[in-house]
Design a protein around this ligand. Structure first.
Ligand SMILES: CC(C)(COP(=O)(O)OP(=O)(O)OC[C@H]1O[C@@H](n2cnc3c(N)ncnc32)[C@H](O)[C@@H]1OP(=O)(O)O)[C@@H](O)C(=O)NCCC(=O)NCCS
Length: 242
């Protein structure tokens, strides 16, 4: 079997393995626009590499009309890549995508408009990019990282991390191994960490207060506060608590 056919076969098997909604290979072959777009891309990329740029672009545009997925023929895409649903996916010319990557609908792997040359992202192996996420510029998303739905990522993401939000921030990092960390880009956010710690302490205090107020039947609370779930019976007041 030629390498091209092997690639397509692996792409189909990846869909069956990764999408719980896919029940049979026949369904995978017939109902997955991501596969159609990938198949067209693998042809277009081969033409592009041989210098048939216009023909490659025409193939890519035809696939876009059929699937709503636009992959520039220059993009380098690894094995077993799964584009789920696919509508609105845009993959730029200098994008490099590793193996076993999952991409949902509405994802843009694009440029910021400021760079020339390599201006699109490099996506590591095993990365998942959630619906509507935008990964912009010649940045790298490390192996096995996850980009949350709706995130806008403008900076490198190390391997095995989860990045969410706009602008994308890392909410999960791999456990430290004891090695010296030379990463000067993705520094922790101490203010955010303190705010989160305060929030957790406040919630614990409110719960505690609520239990005590309920036990003594406190009637002083104007109502609505989370610690005043009970405004009945009893005669004790906040003053009694002091
Ligand atoms: C990011 C994602 C991959 C989960 O990764 P994870 O490493 O398991 O992370 P968790 O679920 O533990 O979430 C970590 C934190 O990020 C937050 N978070 C998760 N996804 C988020 C998102 N898309 N946007 C903003 N915050 C998000 C969680 O609330 C959690 O916050 P907390 O620590 O304050 O509770 C997942 O939430 C996601 O967005 N998947 C995309 C799926 C998708 O596009 N599906 C479309 C199907 S059609």
């Amino acid at each position: 079997m030629s390498d091209w056919k092997t690639l397509i076969k692996e792409d189909r098997q990846a869909v069956l393995a990764r999408d719980p909604a896919a029940k049979s290979m026949a369904e995978v072959r017939l109902c997955y626009p991501g596969l159609t777009a990938l198949k067209a891309h693998r042809r277009a990329h081969a033409l592009y590499r041989r210098g048939h740029v216009l023909l490659a672009r025409l193939l890519s545009q035809r696939a876009r009309h059929r699937t709503g997925i636009e992959i520039h023929p220059g993009a380098q895409i690894g094995r077993r890549v799964f584009i789920d649903h696919g509508d609105g996916v845009v993959i730029g010319e200098t994008t490099i995508i590793g193996d076993d990557v999952t991409i949902y609908q509405g994802v843009t792997l694009g440029g910021t408009g400021k760079e020339t040359g390599k201006r699109h992202p490099t996506i590591g192996n095993g990365v998942t990019i959630g619906a509507g996420a935008k990964v912009l510029g010649p940045i790298t998303i490390g192996d096995h990282s996850k980009v949350g739905a709706g995130a806008i990522v403008l900076k490198d993401v190390p391997p095995n991390c989860t990045v969410v939000g706009n602008p994308g921030r890392i909410v999960k990092k791999p456990k430290p191994t004891g090695e010296v960390d030379l990463d000067q880009v993705n520094l922790p956010d101490p203010m955010l960490e303190r705010m989160e710690a305060l929030y957790h302490r406040l919630s614990a205090l409110e719960n505690c207060l609520s239990r005590h107020a309920r036990r003594i039947g406190c009637q002083d609370c104007p109502g609505g506060e989370p610690w005043c779930e009970n405004d009945s019976k009893g005669s004790e007041t906040h003053a009694d608590l002091q």
